[in-house]
Design a protein around this ligand. Structure first.
Ligand SMILES: C[S@@+](CC[C@H](N)C(=O)[O-])C[C@H]1O[C@@H](n2cnc3c(N)ncnc32)[C@H](O)[C@@H]1O
Length: 228
């Protein structure tokens, strides 16, 4: 419910002590896990659209119900906005409930794709999509120390993530997540900036509920990206 979000609890006292080691390992080893068929197929379908499109592609990774995808499409009418989430439940909820309730007028320059980003990111990079902005809004925080490798900066696909887009915009209500991501991009030779922010029109349901609960939201901007 809006306004009753719990504050993140973690057993970490600061940046994870294994962050550097884990990031270095992933930067120096190719991620070779085979692609899941459903993500490969979803990618091939949207790739046909992307290859015909001549303009900015905006990625909305972990888009949940896709509210941010539609808002970004509305705010950027010349762009093609692609929201990706692995949860069929969330992506499909969009169709029934959210379109009617989130106040976004009809836009058609967006797609919502059900796919696992661990595979999808690698396919996007290999296909050389011309991504402008790459949003990752309120990813699952995985706040337990033992779950470092489930956070995007601790994942094997991190080297691909940071090569996608002219700019990555990552938001969370857990500052430590952004501090770790920032440190991870610095290990890869990039830089980023973290700011506290409040938005008058929240981009996502998670952003809306954190703000309604009085929690500070944070944004990390990484820019510009380069090939590693
Ligand atoms: C905390 S929710 C945030 C959703 C939305 N961005 C928002 O702010 O309302 C995180 C989302 O990330 C998605 N997600 C987590 N891991 C993923 C993966 N490997 N591939 C695709 N989506 C993933 C989850 O299904 C979930 O919808």
């Amino acid at each position: 419910m809006l306004g009753d979000s719990k504050v993140i609890v973690t057993n970490q006292t600061g940046i994870h002590e294994k962050l550097n080691e884990v990031v270095q390992k992933h930067l120096s080893h190719e991620f070779k896990k085979p692609f899941q068929q459903h993500t490969k197929q979803a990618f091939e379908e949207i790739d046909l659209v992307v290859q015909k499109f001549d303009g900015e592609i905006i990625l909305d990774a972990c888009c949940g119900v896709g509210q941010s995808t539609r808002l970004l499409a509305q705010q950027n009418p010349n762009a093609l906005v692609i929201g990706i989430d692995k949860s069929a439940h969330r992506i499909n909820r969009n169709i029934d409930e959210v379109i009617a309730n989130d106040g976004v007028s009809k836009v058609d320059n967006y797609y919502l794709i059900r796919a696992d980003l661990n595979d999808f990111y690698r396919l996007v990079l290999a296909a050389k999509w011309s991504v402008g902005r790459h949003y990752i809004l309120y990813p699952n925080p995985w706040p337990k120390s033992k779950h470092l490798q489930r956070r995007w900066h601790g994942s094997a696909v991190f080297p691909q993530i940071i090569q996608i887009g002219q700019q990555i915009i990552l938001r969370s209500n857990w500052l430590l997540y952004l501090e770790e991501f920032k440190q991870a991009v610095e290990i890869a030779g990039l830089s980023g900036e973290i700011n506290a922010f409040t938005s008058e029109q929240p981009l996502t349901p998670f952003e809306a509920k954190y703000q309604a609960s009085g929690q500070q939201c944070w944004q990390l901007t990484v820019n510009p990206l380069k090939a590693l």
